[in-house]
Design a protein around this ligand. Structure first.
Ligand SMILES: Nc1nc2c(ncn2[C@@H]2O[C@H](COP(=O)(O)OP(=O)(O)O)[C@@H](O)[C@H]2O)c(=O)[nH]1
Ligand SMILES: Nc1ncnc2c1ncn2[C@@H]1O[C@H](COP(=O)(O)OP(=O)(O)O)[C@@H](O)[C@H]1O
Length: 198
């Protein structure tokens, strides 16, 4: 048995995925585990290798992809990102709900696998607010910011495709969005907690 159903978080860069999922994992650290992706982008201040991402060179990552080590991988804003089989297995081995934070290409590719996750889209209230949040985050160069905003327009349309996501959460007020997220996952959280006590 593979254990509890994983959860996929997707949505535009800057929509609040990391903020929400970090809050969720912090509050339920014995229920959720994060699938640590690989990326060729540079770490941001405060990010930690092996916790936020596995930071690798393009050569190393491409070799691992060619070697069949990834469930899915995608090029986003000039960098490679991917979910390794080992990343998901590490979480599932602990019987935790595996959380994946992936872009829309990742969502499409995960749908072709037997992972069978719950698909949650996190969306910003508007493009203007998204831009403001990304600028205020101060992690991107102007070029990277523009690439992310362009990708965001496509990601926002993608979330409207019928059947693509189980739930779409608009992250306007953070507490409201978090409440909605917990409500969505309540049944799965209860299942994991029940399995622990039985
Ligand atoms: N397909 C795929 N996308 C990923 C993966 N890891 C992260 N991403 C996505 O890559 C995009 C950029 O992530 P990141 O550079 O951390 O920037 P941020 O989303 O602005 O914090 C986001 O849409 C992530 O969801 C992965 O393993 N696979
Ligand atoms: N509801 C919210 N209201 C205001 N700012 C927010 C909200 N949610 C997230 N943020 C801020 O917006 C920025 C982008 O959020 P982040 O979680 O990094 O997005 P993502 O992981 O989707 O790229 C961060 O600086 C974060 O602190």
């Amino acid at each position: 048995m593979a254990g509890p159903r994983p959860v996929v978080f997707s949505g535009p860069s800057g929509a609040g995925k990391s903020t929400l999922l970090k809050k969720l994992i912090k509050e339920h650290d014995n229920v959720f585990g994060f699938s640590v992706s690989h990326t060729t982008r540079n770490p941001r201040p405060g990010e930690e290798n092996g916790r936020d991402y596995h930071y690798v060179t393009r050569e190393k990552m491409q070799a691992a992809i060619d070697n069949g080590e990834f469930i899915e991988n995608a090029e986003f804003s000039g960098n490679l990102y991917g979910t390794s089989k080992a990343a998901v297995q590490a979480v599932q081995a602990k019987n935790l709900i595996c959380i994946l934070d992936i872009d829309m290409q990742g969502v499409k590719n995960i749908k072709k696998t037997d992972l069978n996750p719950i698909y949650i889209s996190i969306q910003p209230p508007s493009m203007d607010i998204l831009e403001k949040r990304l600028r205020d985050r101060k992690t991107e160069s102007e070029e990277s910011l523009q690439k992310r905003l362009n990708a965001a327009r496509v990601e926002m349309e993608f979330s409207k495709e019928p059947g693509m996501f189980d739930v779409v959460i608009v992250n306007d007020n953070l507490d409201d969005a978090y409440g909605r997220l917990k409500q969505t996952l309540l049944e799965e959280i209860n299942k994991v907690n029940k399995a622990k006590t039985s």
